[in-house]
Design a protein around this ligand. Structure first.
Ligand code: BT5
Length: 246
């Protein structure tokens, strides 16, 4: 039987990256559902080797999963639903999602998900700015980053951790029981990107169009002005109205 997410929870004070510690633990016999949480990360990372600023006041954790397919692009979306729903419950603010892995509040990024697959494992990193002092974020990131507290949330890291772990367990259980479709439809309900004009940067490609939907495999479908539809499994989305407002 699958162990509950958080059944084993390891706390560390200061570490490079919780994903790295969990990778090491997975090689040493850790169980599915193991969680590592740090008060502070000194080398937190995002996708494609980007830096993830992780000062105290945020929730920085990693979850060890053993899905049938550790490279399933839906995993990040499924976990994002659990994080958004947990954050909403803990803080009372309406965290929303932006494809593929962003948690947003009032147009600012408050969190992100990083899935690293190491078959048979998927190490899923979750970063959430609960009550992070903006002065502790890099100047380049500050204008686009927010936090639950700055967005009016009743935020406390411990309460947010408990709610996030519980909701991630719930969505992952649904995913494992063949109900991924239902979780993806919750993802669509929480998403602010759909139906809006976007620019997606994916590797060397730039695609402009309307973000139509996310399909059953978790891919974003973008309809271009010539009517053609481009299907994307990764990339960075800018919502055009947001960009103009900057
Ligand atoms: C992500 O990457 O959004 C995934 C972030 C995952 C972080 C967690 S924390 C626990 C675990 N351990 C790790 O080492 N990582 C995971 P991406 O979509 O590539 O976004 C990265 C970009 O977000 C950066 O290039 C910055 O522009 C911006 N950024 C960096 N730190 C931020 C922060 N604290 N809040 C908001 N935006 C930030």
């Amino acid at each position: 039987m699958r162990a509950r997410v958080g059944a084993t929870l390891l706390r560390v004070d200061r570490i490079g990256s919780t994903n790295d510690l969990l990778r090491a633990l997975s090689a040493g016999g850790a169980l599915e559902g193991t969680v590592v949480v740090a008060r502070e990360q000194t080398a937190g990372r995002g996708r494609l080797g980007r830096v993830w600023a992780s000062p105290p006041g945020g929730l920085w954790l990693s979850v060890l999963l053993r899905p049938d397919d550790p490279t399933d692009p839906r995993l990040g979306l499924v976990v994002a639903v659990g994080v958004a729903e947990g954050a909403r419950r803990a803080s009372g603010v309406s965290v929303v999602l932006k494809w593929p892995n962003d948690l947003m509040l009032n147009g600012r990024k408050v969190g992100g998900i990083l899935v690293e697959s190491l078959p048979p494992w998927a190490v899923v990193g979750i970063g959430l700015n609960v009550d992070v002092d903006p002065a502790r974020l890099p100047a380049r990131v500050r204008p686009y980053a927010g936090s639950l507290a700055a967005g009016g949330g009743r935020a406390a890291v411990e309460r947010t951790l408990a709610a996030v772990v519980q909701h991630v367990d719930e969505v992952y259980a649904a995913y494992r029981c063949g109900a991924a479709g239902a979780v993806l439809s919750r993802w669509r309900d929480l998403c602010v990107t759909l139906g809006r004009p976007v620019v997606v940067r994916a590797g060397a490609r730039t695609i402009e169009g309307v973000a139509e939907t996310v399909d059953a495999q978790g891919a974003l479908l973008v309809r271009r002005s010539d009517g053609s539809v481009t299907r994307l499994l990764g990339g960075d989305v800018t919502v055009l109205s947001e960009q103009r407002g900057r």
